[in-house]
Design a protein around this ligand. Sequence first.
Ligand code: CAO
Length: 556
Amino acid sequence: MAREQVTVPDIGGGEAEVIEVLVQVGDQVTVDQGLIVMESDKASMEIPSTVAGEVVELLVSEGQQLAEGATVAVISSSAEAASSAEPEPAQDAAASKPAEPQQQKAEPEKAAEAPAPKRAASGGASTERVVPVPDIGTDDAVDLVEVCVAVGDSVAEGDSLVVLESDKASMEVPAPFAGEVLEIRVSEGRSVRQGDELMVLRSEGDAPAAAEAPASENPAEPKAPKSETPAPAQEKAQAQAQVPTASPAAEHSPGSAVYAGPAVRKLAREFGIDLGEVSGSGPRGRIVKEDLQNFTRERLRSAAPAAPASGAGIPAIPEVDFSAFGEVEVTQRSKLDKLTAANMQRSWLNVPHVTQYDDADITDLEAFRAGLKAEAEKRGTRLTPLPFMLKACAVALRDNPKFRSSLADGGDSLVYKQYIHIGMAVDTPAGLLVPVILDVDKKGIWELAEEVLELAGKARERKLTAAQMQGGCFTISSLGAIGGTGFSPIINTPEVGILGVSRARMAPVWDGEAFVPRQLLPLALSYDHRVVNGGDAGRFMTQLVALLGDIRSIIL
Ligand code: CAO
């Protein structure tokens, strides 16, 4: 068994960051298997093992900056592998043969074979140059996964023009000089080889000097070779016609480098994710696999489901063929029913509801009301508990202003209404209607009793005007005549509170010495917890219970 070092090969000068360590100590690796992924601003590459064997030492970690010659790992090679790899002492890092990276230094003679740039017909300072695929470290074709610019774009030297990707590496081909994109001769999804023409750039002013610089030492910075052939206008027009219309990916500003390793780029391509839309959480904003997972999860969550039942990514309730189980009758819902359904769902989904429950002792109130029966008849009206509840709510609303507020400015402010208009839910054959009784605080019990009768009657006859159903600060929903011991009403948004009233009942109440029969009215107060806190609701409810327990306090 021989121990061999794998070192960082020629990566085009300078340092690059280790963005991923692909193996662990104890792993068996084969020749060419990636050990780490390194990434610079312009390229990312896997550093493969030069020998087969077991990883006995791993000398790098993610985030480290490495230059050519740095030791990546020590591999204990098998006898055969060792002999073929000409083992060297583990300590002699410099003597170790560096692994062949997926991207190599551009060789000047190869660069010279690239298509010749062309001098503009005008012959002035402006020069047209073809940008070829640089030396990409392999004779095999690689995928062109992204065209980062569009015809007409102005690019600065170093801006990314295209992104190439092989199984092991991805690299951005930067603009060799500043200029304008005249033609794009490739499209996304194509396979390209070293020397293939990518695009034609027109440089301005001092660009020719840049073009005359020697071929870059950096594989990711190919320099345009020299040529002065003018580009025929017809050829140019044809090339432009082949340019695909700007895809979302191409809409990113030229050179807005997507910072991601080959594995992530490959994954993104497989899932059709535009990396330009993904924010990276890795070092210096590098996009890591988790970012793609989060991006996909977020997209799925916000995708609108087909059925109308959901507006917040909630799975729709599947339609069922009930006739498969027996006879059915299908009727069309009234507009009012459908409107109510939409309003209820909107409120339920938008508003965090909390419901607080309590019982009001209305024994004295009911005695008082019974005493007014004859008077009511004389007046030609009916006096139910509802006008008293309206009056008690008006006092509680006066003293607890949050309950007559509404959210505004997207939640930044509260609108406090300086009037006390209370809505009253009315059960009608056509559906639920909520007429509003204006200025409840300024009206007497008899006036309120008449208004309740009048508005409830109009609601049932569908004679309410739109104005009679607007302007409420708060709503009372009374099911007292129908029954039930309690329910949680849904807030009539944009109001922030609603009182649900259930059927009063006689119950034994401990008075400190004995149980006495008292008439208790079950109350349920639902409130919008974005506006009203438990303490506010507790105070409102306690006051309401006290007011209904002693109606004399209503007039205070
Ligand atoms: N406990 C016991 N009895 C009650 C009561 C209560 N909480 N509330 C009312 N009653 C009694 C009344 O006193 C009346 O009896 P008397 O004639 O003997 O006094 C009887 O029940 C019928 O009252 P009413 O319903 O005609 O009148 P109201 O003032 O109590 O209510 C109205 C008016 C319009 C609110 C009501 O008719 C109504 O439509 N309620 C339904 C509201 C509703 O659907 N809410 C749910 C909305 S969410 O789906």
